[in-house]
Design a protein around this ligand. Sequence first.
Ligand code: PLP
Length: 385
Amino acid sequence: MKIIYFDNNATTPIAPEVLEEMLPYLEKFYGNPSSMHTFGGHLHKKIEEARAKVAALINADPEEIIFTSCGTESDNTAIMSIIESYPQKRHVITTRVEHPAVLNFCKHLARKGWRVSYIPVDRLGRIDMDTFLKTIDDDTAIVSIMYANNETGVIFPIEEIGNILRQRKIPFHTDAVQAVGKIPIDVKKLPVDMLSMSGHKIHAPKGVAALYVRKGTRFYPYIIGGHQERGRRAGTENVASIIGFGKACELALKHLDTESGYIAKLRDKLENSLLNLCPDCQVNGDQENRIPNTTNISFKYVEGESILLRLDDHGICASSGSACTSGSLEPSHVLRAMGVPYTAIHGSIRFSLSRYNTEEEVDTVIKLMPSIIKELRFLSPFGKV
Ligand code: PLP
């Protein structure tokens, strides 16, 4: 069966150009980039080339890029680094809708005695700026606020927040894992001190990511050991994946303008058609201010998992707003924070697109969904047909 993949916020397929660039470094060039011999030294050069490409995507300087193993590591490193660097400050600010990579790390800090403030969002998933302003105090060590939400695609006002924090001289980290490569980001203009990105969200392999650290920002390594990454992240480099990540960033930068328009057009067709054809559904999140590839739609009075299973029967991959973990249905913390009613959260589906989706694939979903929803509502314990 042909796979129709609309789950690109979970992970993306590796771009063929990326794979091609990586393969020699999985086969022939297996040396250690730290070795003195030419065989290894060549790899060091390739890593630096990749670093320059990753930096270019966000207009950073290559020395400001640290390679890590995943977006989660970048997020943890950023927060921990500041906390270690400012031990006298005991307050951390984040939002209620962060990815678990930030949220659960902050909960961990709270258990260890830090004071953590979770800024609420409104019905459209927009940050409550009044509460944010009131929450900042002299004890605030770091603010970590995501650039774009992984479930709804909603973009936060990172520039405005960064300007406020600059005036207060408070370090600012943004988790831009879902924004990088999808919208233009220029750290020369953006007032952030650290920014997380992740390879597998932009057609590079899993297991490679980066943390941007602005020159002059205090930094304390999270993984301590060898001298790799100038002592800022120890461990022998994931050479092939770093090279692939560099290529993926190069492709993203080259095609950003044309691709985002193409993807947004497909996303909008999908969204508008489903809203028109399926009664009792709504889009979750601020439609005006979203990354171009994401739509989160609640089909009320249906279980998201049932919709996913029906779509899966046709080879269609998407995500639901409730994660089925250890047999228990956990409704999305993002949609809950937005105040989306329970019946709508349970029927929420996230479609996230990429450059590899086609209009034909969108049309297939548009054709199938109305009958799937109708049938499931008929069977639904919520009793609405
Ligand atoms: N932050 C956001 C917003 C994400 O969407 C994800 C992954 O879904 C992560 C962090 C974690 O990235 P990784 O899977 O590379 O650890």
